[in-house]
Design a protein around this ligand. Structure first.
Ligand code: OSB
Ligand code: MG
Length: 384
């Protein structure tokens, strides 16, 4: 990445007071399953945050935690607890100079990153609505379209995988990410690289490899992959750094990058050369912007990952992806690929040129279809 000068973000500020915050549990039917080294997702239970300002302005956020703490320590239950018992009670009804100041109120609380993300996003959506300007403007981004790749789960056969990739490449997806695990790696990737010449290919290990085992790394390194994402456990910094020093292929940090400080430490150790910024994993907009700014300063390329969010969560991800440090294709699969129905209408999709447009609408970026939110809602809690 070229050494772009860091632009000082001049964020338009607007005071907010969230007078009423509703936390909603939704059970979303999936039309396909998604298998990674962490396990298989077949139903999605997600948490949606609906925040209403004192003036009646509504903002939406999403907390995409999973049922089990396999990807990170956050779960649906722990996020529900954090939102309803810790975070919302701390900020509801109080005046803040802006969403970052609201997030600062709970910055002393350790963990619960995905819950923090859902709440801070709802606050940003309120600020964006109040200013009548899209989130992209508030965050200081300038791109109007985000180059997008597809993330392919582990399949039963290579032919099944190749057929699915063919379909997606024809739809415009401009980068192929293949989930790997021991036994589903070099041979699979070799066939993918051979079958799609000219399309950048990467692998995602989702921490599924034992650093003490030989591993497929030298052979994968010969395939000219764009990057290898998180081959070892998140805290295996020493082993990641040793592997990176042997490989030409950059290692990308995902499960390791749980905070700005941990990300900086991992980069300094040489545990990777690229960062997947997943705003929910990092704890929301504020820490995600901090990682972006530092990486830009140090010429470390970043890109926006995903956690199978609906349009509500993807709206924020698209907005932050418009910042200058995001120089590699995002994981931003359109919701139609996973869900029977998105929660926003119209939903978003990939264009032939391989990009997804950055929303111009204020708020989460899309029109939330509240009747659909209610249709899938199984539990709800509202602040006093
Ligand atoms: O490692 O990037 C990952 C989904 C769930 C858990 C971990 C990961 C993923 C994805 C999803 O790859 C990509 C997307 O949201 O489009
Ligand atoms: Mg990953």
């Amino acid at each position: 990445m070229s050494a772009t000068k860091v632009t000082t973000r001049s964020m338009p500020q607007v005071p907010i007071r969230l007078s009423s915050v509703e936390v909603l549990a939704l059970d979303l039917p999936m039309i396909t399953s998604f298998k990674t080294a962490h396990g298989t997702t077949t139903t999605k239970r997600t948490i949606i945050v609906r925040a209403e300002d004192a003036e009646g302005v509504v903002g939406w956020g999403e907390c995409p935690a999973s049922g089990l703490p396999l990807y990170s320590a956050d779960t649906f239950e722990s996020s529900w607890y954090a939102l309803t018992r810790l975070l919302v009670p701390l900020v509801a009804g109080k005046d803040f100079a802006g969403p970052a100041e609201l997030a600062a109120a709970y910055s002393g609380y350790q963990g619960y990153n995905m819950a923090k993300h859902g709440l801070e996003c709802a606050a940003w959506a309120v600020a964006s609505e109040k200013l009548g300007r899209p989130l992209r403007d508030l965050l200081g981004g300038d791109k109007t379209g985000i180059p997008t790749g597809e993330s392919f789960g582990i399949k039963s056969t290579v032919d099944e995988l190749l057929a699915e990739i063919r379909e997606r490449v024809d739809q415009g997806f401009c980068r192929i990410k293949v989930k790997i695990e021991p036994g589903w790696d070099v041979d699979v990737l070799t066939r993918v690289v051979e079958s799609f010449p000219g399309v950048p290919v990467m692998a995602d290990g989702n921490t599924g490899y034992d650093p003490a085992a030989p591993g497929p790394w030298e052979r994968l390194d010969g395939l000219g992959l764009l990057m290898i994402e998180q081959p070892f456990p998140g805290d295996a910094l020493v082993e990641l750094a040793a592997l990176q020093s042997r490989l030409r292929t950059p290692i990308c940090l995902d499960e390791t990058a749980l905070s700005p400080g941990l990300t900086a430490a991992a980069l300094k150790l040489g545990a990777g050369r690229i960062v997947n910024i997943k705003p929910a994993r990092l704890g929301g907009p504020t820490p995600s912007l901090a990682v972006h700014d530092r990486c830009l300063e140090q010429s470390v390329p970043v890109w926006c990952g995903g956690l199978l969010e609906t349009g509500i969560g993807r709206g924020f991800n698209l907005a932050i992806s418009s910042l200058p440090g995001f120089t590699l294709p995002a994981d931003m699969s359109p919701a139609r690929l996973f869900y029977a129905e998105d929660l926003v209408d119209p939903t978003f999709d990939i264009r032939k040129d391989g990009t997804i447009p950055v929303p111009d609408l204020p708020g989460c970026g899309f029109h939330v279809d509240e009747s659909r939110v209610r249709k899938y809602q199984s539990e709800s809690w509202t602040s006093k």
